[in-house]
Design a binder for this molecule. Structure first.
Ligand SMILES: [Zn+2]
Length: 322
């Protein structure tokens, strides 16, 4: 095995590339980030190398001090081959990203999607440190997730397991980005909330949602609905109560199938906290089977802003430990 004792986690997102140098004890030694160059795959690779090189230099380390590198990218990933098949917000299509990084540093390198890395981040460095069976749900603009069974990430036959966002909740529901109808994501993601609020304000003209959106329904975002809810706006609170119940339905399905000890809610919408988690927990308590509903803890992420890089470092650690 490679002798280094540090891990490098790289999070390639649509707006920024972030890199962290992590000690085995989970201590973050150094961090660096820069805006994502969206011109080409080569520019992204150069940005990753520049950030890693600088981090090694400022910490007086060489590649031989690094145990492994983990790369997290939002999109469709072929984990076995280390290829970014497609990424919605990045110019990466059929790019052997893992091997391109490996060829430069000659350090074991792993690549996975951001939902799986977020899950591993929680498992190794976050809320899931002490559990063997857990599910992580990333609630954001879209909905993703990851599944840990007996301490191992479950990837499925083709690496596309845990597409929690496309679990169908209501076949008569609204159309989803995947072409199906009534998916979890079409009912409870950030884009679904904004869409529901734009509809709802038509019948509630004195809602704070509309005022905060400067009377323009097309300006409504999840953040605006959240701000209105925090002001006590009834319509906004009603929207979140409904979303929380839908999240509860999704969680009930997950809890009944996997019987996890823990479900971690991560992603941008995790910040909404009890607005969503309250009604979601209540629904799981009344609808999920006993003992499944009794043993599961439903909590918010402990990593928040660092989830991307810590998750990528955790991917490296997870794969080296197998
Ligand atoms: Zn879908």
């Amino acid at each position: 095995m490679h002798g280094g004792r540090f891990l490098i986690g790289v999070d390639v997102g649509g707006t920024k590339v972030s890199v962290a140098l992590v000690e085995e004890s989970a201590q973050v030694i150094g961090e660096a980030k820069r805006p994502t160059p969206l011109t080409s795959s080569r520019a992204i690779l150069e940005a990753v190398k520049e950030l890693i090189d600088n981090l090694l230099l400022t910490n007086q380390l060489s590649p031989s001090d690094i145990l492994a590198i983990g790369l997290g990218v939002a999109g469709m990933i072929n984990f076995k081959e280390g290829i970014v098949v497609f990424s919605p917000n990045l110019p990466l299509r059929d790019i052997p990203f893992r091997d391109l990084v490996y060829q430069y540093y000659k350090i074991p390198t792993f690549l996975d999607n951001d939902a799986n890395t977020a899950t591993l981040g929680e498992k190794y460095y976050g809320a899931g440190r002490d559990v063997s069976n857990m599910v992580c749900i990333t609630l954001g603009t879209g909905i993703g997730g990851g599944i840990i069974i007996e301490n191992k990430l479950y990837r499925g036959t083709t690496g596309s397991a845990a597409e929690i966002g496309h679990m169908i909740i209501d076949l008569n529901g609204p159309e989803c980005t995947c072409g199906s109808f009534g998916c979890f994501e079409a009912l409870a993601s950030g884009w679904a909330i904004a869409k529901q609020a734009r509809q709802a304000v038509k019948k509630a003209e004195n809602s704070a949602i509309l005022r905060l959106a400067q009377d323009r329904p097309e300006n409504i975002t999840t953040e605006i609905v959240a701000a209105a809810a925090n002001e006590g706006d009834l319509l906004a609170r009603q929207i979140f109560a409904n979303i929380g119940r839908v999240v509860g339905v999704g969680l009930t399905n997950i809890v009944n199938i996997f019987n996890p000890e823990l479900v971690v809610i991560a992603g941008g919408m995790a910040e909404l906290g009890e607005l969503i988690l309250g009604p979601a927990r209540e629904l799981v308590q009344t609808q999920a089977l006993i003992p499944n509903s009794q043993v599961v803890n439903i909590v918010q992420t402990e990593l928040a802003g660092r989830a991307g890089v810590m998750g990528a470092a955790a991917l490296a650690w997870h794969e080296m430990s197998l």
